[in-house]
Design a protein around this ligand. Structure first.
Ligand SMILES: [Mg+2]
Length: 185
């Protein structure tokens, strides 16, 4: 069986929407996903917020986290449902050293993707060690060094990344990704 390495945030689930909603509410702004044209979101928020935008990724003392009400990306459940019977699927998600987030991500994955094997949910701070046949991620730097096909999941924040930057392919949605993978299997 071929192996797919799939990213969680902004590939399987739409993290940016609840994240920006929380920021806009807290900082009285109206930033949209289309405004975020580079990976570093701190560049686009109000200067007085800056790096504090990352504090919203922390679960609160009352147990609220952005992953509590993150929606799956359109088509992700259907596509992975079919693909999981044809290939081995590992979810590899970065927690950037904040291992408190793992339980929230794990719970979200089990709720929305009950057909995936939870033993293959990997929460890491460095994806450079993963290997497989296909890897899909919305952050191009996570794809550098991967041994298989490097697939960038399109977002406004990575629109400036070119194939020459080390990726093999850009997909714009789960329909495109699904169709491409079926052909390659
Ligand atoms: Mg991601």
């Amino acid at each position: 069986m071929k192996r797919l390495i799939v990213d969680l945030d902004d590939v399987m689930g739409d993290l940016l929407t609840p994240w920006l909603a929380r920021y806009n509410w807290g900082w009285n702004d109206n930033l949209t996903i289309n405004d975020i044209t580079e990976w570093d979101i701190a560049k686009f928020v109000k200067p007085e917020c800056g790096e504090k935008i990352f504090q919203f990724l922390e679960p609160t003392v009352t147990g609220y986290s952005l992953w509590n009400n993150m929606e799956p990306m359109e088509g992700a459940i259907e596509a992975l449902g079919v693909l999981s019977e044809k290939m081995e699927i590992f979810v590899v998600s970065s927690v950037s050293g904040n291992y408190r987030i793992c339980e929230y991500k794990d719970r979200w994955l089990r709720k929305h993707f009950p057909f995936l094997d939870p033993k293959k949910f990997y929460f890491v701070s460095d994806k450079s060690g993963v290997c497989g046949d296909f890897m899909v991620d919305d952050y191009h730097k996570n794809l550098i060094g991967f041994n298989g096909m490097k697939i960038l999941f399109d977002h406004p924040h990575n629109a400036n990344i070119k194939v020459k930057d080390g990726i093999n392919l850009r997909v714009h949605n789960w329909d495109e990704l699904f169709t491409m993978l079926l052909v390659k299997l």
